[in-house]
Design a protein around this ligand. Structure first.
Ligand code: DX5
Ligand code: ZN
Length: 217
């Protein structure tokens, strides 16, 4: 099965965001990955609701909103209204994760949970059947263009096992340092969705790069 490809607009040219979104529209990408950073949960600030709304006005692919913020419950509805088709929250930011997931699903939105590199896959044992996607951070969240963490492969394998054991239907999404040099190995380990920021937007031909990630053999 070909992976779903989710270019991350964090690495796009913000002064030409419409053009960048149209590039994604006209590519074989499946989702548009939207990174929200609050400068508290992660040591960086990206952009907020008005930018998500603006992206959504031009987007022809579903918005995959990755909230790297504290107290995400306060903003779920606002991000949904801004156009999110899926909202992913960090397990490390959610003391009442079950409630948060139910709140996302109640809006008819897909629900994802993200794990930082140090957070064990086993911490999802009692929630994994409720979520549509598990996002494994393959870098420490906060910045694009960082080096991929090799332990990710083991985490994907452990997560695949947990998904089988629990009868969950969750997809496995990988975020951070994804490129053509690790994409095949990630898919072989069990990944279903690949997020790519710098690898796509810094390449000479982003449309073609998305194509290569999608049809990698
Ligand atoms: C990192 C973000 C990623 C980022 C990936 O905190 O969650 O989505 O945009 O960027 P690359 O692909 O450049 O590592
Ligand atoms: Zn992300």
């Amino acid at each position: 099965m070909n992976p779903l490809i989710a270019p991350s607009i964090l690495a796009a040219d913000f002064a030409n965001l419409q053009k960048e979104v149209e590039m994604i529209n006209n590519s074989v990408a499946d989702l548009i990955h939207v990174d929200i950073m609050d400068g508290v949960f992660v040591p960086n600030i990206s952009f907020g609701l008005p930018v998500v709304e603006a992206v959504n006005r031009h987007a022809k692919k579903p918005l995959d909103v990755h909230l790297m913020i504290v107290e995400p419950d306060k903003y779920l509805e606002a991000f949904h209204k801004a156009g999110a088709a899926q909202i992913t929250v960090h397990i490390e930011a959610c003391p009442h994760l079950h409630r948060t997931i139910q709140a996302i699903k109640a809006m008819d939105c897909k629900a994802g949970v993200a794990l930082n590199p140090h957070t064990p896959v086993r911490s999802l044992q009692d929630i994994i059947r409720e979520v549509d996607t598990v996002l494994i951070m393959s870098v420490n969240p906060g910045f694009g263009g960082q080096e991929f963490i090799e332990n990710t492969y083991k985490k994907i394998q452990a997560l695949s096992q947990l998904i089988v054991e629990t009868g969950s239907h969750a997809k496995i999404e990988i975020d951070g340092g994804v490129s053509l040099s690790n994409a095949k190995k990630l898919l072989d380990a069990g990944a279903n969705v690949l997020v790519a920021g710098n690898f796509v937007f810094s390449s000479e031909n982003p449309t073609e790069t998305i194509n290569k990630l999608k049809f990698i053999v």
